[in-house]
Design a protein around this ligand. Sequence first.
Ligand code: ZN
Length: 355
Amino acid sequence: MIGDRLKQARQSAGFSLRALAEQTDVSAMAISKYERGEMTPGSDVLLRLSKSLGVRVEYFFRQATVRLEAVEFRNRASLSKADECRILADVQDRLERWQALDEIFPPSEEMCFAIPDQVPKKIRSGDDIEQAAIAVREAWELGHNPIPGLVDTFEEHGIRVIVTPYIGEESFDGLAGRAGDMPVIAVGSHWPGDRQRFTLAHELGHLILHGRLVDGLDEEKACHHFAGAFLAPKDIVIESLGRKRRWIEPRELMLLKQEFGLSMAAWTFRALELGVLDKTTHGKYWGYLRKHGWDKNEPGPRYRSEASHLFEKRVYHALAEDWLGESRAAELLGMPLVELRACRNMECPADAADQ
Ligand SMILES: [Zn+2]
């Protein structure tokens, strides 16, 4: 058991066998034997390994109770095998921590993911996709307004979202999978919020639309459409832009992006999908964006990255009620005990760094 855990922690921290050996002064051969279960490390070695890997010693003895399955990477082409392993190990670790909390707070009925009944059984057209997006918004009681935090919204409706730190050199957009019955979506923490939100909404599209699209509708394109329609529903787009436009000022799109957390690029596609811009004008508009380099780097302030608050809130809730102890709470939050104590005292180093 220690072997698998050690390997997972090593991959998650991004160490090769050799790099970890150098850090800990334990031979690579020995570490490899520990990982394969051919040798058991003593407590002194375990302590050194745990320090270098940034985990508590208890981590090595924790039984994995949840497994990430049916994993699909997005934009897989640019990721190396080693990066994939690191990302998977990190996602797996965070899933296990969530699972530990689920044992304290069992997920309620409404926290189980289900496709709302109002979603059309057969999706035949763009209109059906718009309808599907509205149906999810209604079932989740989101109204028509911008959705402030998508991660917590997904979590509250039974989709586990893992925001994983950027690892490696190449782009990692996200991945989708399952842990038991629960859908899991992971996104990279380094991306601007509008990109993360689009990835999340696109993955929600797969969950909602998969198996419902008639022949001839491409699932990827349909999920892009769904993502836009979910983040900025039809009525709101018309209300914000008007029914028909000859041109749109870039600054309008920038302001809408800040309001809805939907990129300027995605807003132009909403305008096209809903006939606010015709195809020719949309093409010209893209030429104009490209000329300024705005197709790659959108102008204006960066939209804040998504973060999950639910997990942290629950850990403190459990702590307040004495359902778990300080050292367990620190382990779940992935922070040293001193830091947890500082946070309990409202002197969290992370808060100071944000200011
Ligand atoms: Zn997709």
